[in-house]
Design a protein around this ligand. Structure first.
Ligand code: ATR
Length: 273
């Protein structure tokens, strides 16, 4: 049977096996999907062993995405832009192809929620790996403006400069942000510590769409905060997780699984509904 898995550390709580098993059942594909948690300095060896032993493809998550970028034989254009790899496929001619489906997953999830990206003003919070992966796919949707704000402002400036050949992207300090924005995407890891990015409440209005790439059984700190200040449309990163997985599955198997039912089952599994 064709074998796939996700590499991460820690990875025990990953929902990828659950999601891909449902995709496989839905599309009647014979495959198995597992977990691998190598020590941080043993990822390269573990990756090699997996493919030497007949593995067909894998996902890569924290903290291995940047390392995976350096270990594959070939990179897709979107992985090259993201500077990170979350999906690897062994091609028929034995080449390890590195791809990145995170940004496509974000855009697909935003669209499935009815968020319009063309001609919109987007505020992206954070300038780490998650922000980097999102930039090219977001700019491809032709927003009128994409502003990056980051606690360490120089990192936002560097990121904007790196992507400004693709569209109207600039960096602004948190305290200088000038709204109104149509969509705020939180790519920071602040919610993990129950913290908030230092955003002025005045930037939140009733027609704004709020997206937090993080998710949990209850609202993230950022979503709670945005709701408190009047945001009516809030979305967490669970849909992005399912959409990036669907994109990876499509890369591996050449057919696209449906995501709606899988997302519903995942929510039930997490106790969200
Ligand atoms: P990832 O790969 O998930 O993006 P990362 O590269 O470590 O993770 O980046 C984390 C991002 O969250 C950074 O933009 C970080 O800001 P700094 O560049 O100033 O470190 C941001 N971040 C983390 N905690 C934050 C907090 N409490 N408030 C605001 N931003 C925060």
């Amino acid at each position: 049977m064709d074998r796939y898995l996700v590499f991460g550390h820690p990875v025990r709580h990953s929902k990828s096996p659950f999601i891909h098993t449902l995709f496989a059942r839905q599309t009647q594909q014979e495959l198995e999907y597992g977990l691998a948690e190598p020590a941080v300095d043993e990822f390269a060896q573990a990756l090699r062993t997996f493919f030497d032993q007949g593995g067909k493809g894998c996902n890569v998550t924290v903290p291995f995405k940047e390392q995976a970028f350096t270990l594959v034989d070939r990179l897709s254009p979107r992985a090259k832009r993201a500077g990170a790899v979350n999906t690897i496929k062994l091609t028929d001619d034995g080449v390890l192809l590195g791809d990145n489906t995170d940004g496509a997953g974000l855009v697909a999830d935003l669209k499935s929620h009815g968020v319009t990206l063309a001609d919109s003003r987007i505020l992206l919070l954070g300038a780490g790996g998650a922000a980097r992966g999102a930039l090219a796919p977001l700019l491809a949707e032709l927003p009128s403006e994409l502003v990056i704000a980051n606690r360490t402002h120089t990192k936002a400036q560097q990121l904007a400069a790196e992507f400004d050949d693709l569209g109207p992207v600039t960096a602004q300090a948190y305290e200088q942000l000038a709204g109104p924005f149509d969509l705020v995407i939180n790519s920071t890891s602040a919610s993990l510590q129950g913290e908030l990015p230092p955003l002025a409440p005045a930037l939140i209005h009733t027609d704004i769409a709020i997206y937090d790439m993080m998710y949990g059984a209850s609202d993230t700190a950022f979503i709670s905060w945005a709701k408190k200040h009047g945001a009516r449309q809030t979305m967490d990163g669970l849909g992005m997780l399912v959409e990036q997985a669907a994109e990876a599955f499509t890369v591996w198997r050449g057919l696209r699984p449906g995501t709606k039912q899988v997302l519903r089952e995942l929510k039930r599994n997490l106790g969200v509904i």
